[in-house]
Design a protein around this ligand. Sequence first.
Ligand code: KG4
Ligand code: ZN
Length: 337
Amino acid sequence: MYILGIETSCDETGVAIYHSSKGLIHHCLYSQIAMHNEYGGIVPELASRDHIRKLIPLIDECLQQSHILKSDIQGIAYTAGPGLIGALLVGAATAKSLAWSWNIPAIGVHHMEGHLLAPMLEEHTPAFPFVALLVSGGHTLLVEVKNIGHYQLLGESLDDAAGEAFDKAAKMLGLAYPGGPLLAKLAEQGQAKRFKFPRPMTDRPGLDFSFSGLKTFTMNTLNNTDKTEQDKADVALAFQQATAETLAIKCKRALKQTGLKRLVVAGGVSANTQIRKTLTEMTNKERAEIFFPRPEFCTDNGAMIAYAGCQRLLAQQQESLSINARPRWPIDELYTH
Ligand code: KG4
Ligand code: ZN
């Protein structure tokens, strides 16, 4: 069964063709970053309009490069939430319209479920159950994954998401939006141990996160320097190290609490090399296994949506042709089968 996947929840238009037994056939991605860059962040209305412009040509391109025909597609998966409402509605309306005209089913996918299942696109996939750390621009979640669709929230950020903290710290360092990857690049020039940043909420029990204090600490530390390139690189490294260690402490706790020995790490921030390394060292010590998507599938893409939708369609899940999107959608509210 060939599935067309559509992702339009934020600033990336993602399209993919996934086959239930052959795996991922092809994926195409168009990033709006250059357009939002001059505003220092995402402008939702511009995002929606750009998705409208780019989505259909991207679907055509993906079909062509996959060497399959429209008539080969047997289902459509689209991101139904959470995300920017206008951007989501572009994907939902396109998916439902194509489904109606091609006479095939369309299914809404939870964006974070897409991230969570992204490691399933790799060769070495995790078996269920596992603990998942989802770190993106909008969410930081620790989830106990019993099976596809069975998600229990263990902890979440009480304020900024990890990616949001990266982006805000990067802005303070004079870097462009989205600053996460640029901060990581700058940190490569940093000297370790010059600054010691706090590891928020690790001194008390629980699995929730808080990153807004790290942001203030970054600002204060930077203001106490001459703001030379070396100062900025040292601050970037200290911030990144504090974030990586905080995530590792909480993941270790989540593995202990659940008794599980498998950790999945996904979402945009999981592309960060230092975070991957710190978490891998922790799981090695704990004799647990760790799974990441390839860096390309850590950030938003259509392939993860096609995969998640395919599993739901295989489980006979159905949806009417009415067009719906949910800007807010807790992952533990996902219905199961
Ligand atoms: O998952 P994602 O593409 O979109 C959302 O669902 O939010 O995540 C985007 C976030 C941004 O905050 C971006 O700065 C961050 O992931 N990010 C990174 C890296 N690559 C992307 N943060 C740190 N290091 C990276 N290498
Ligand atoms: Zn995302």
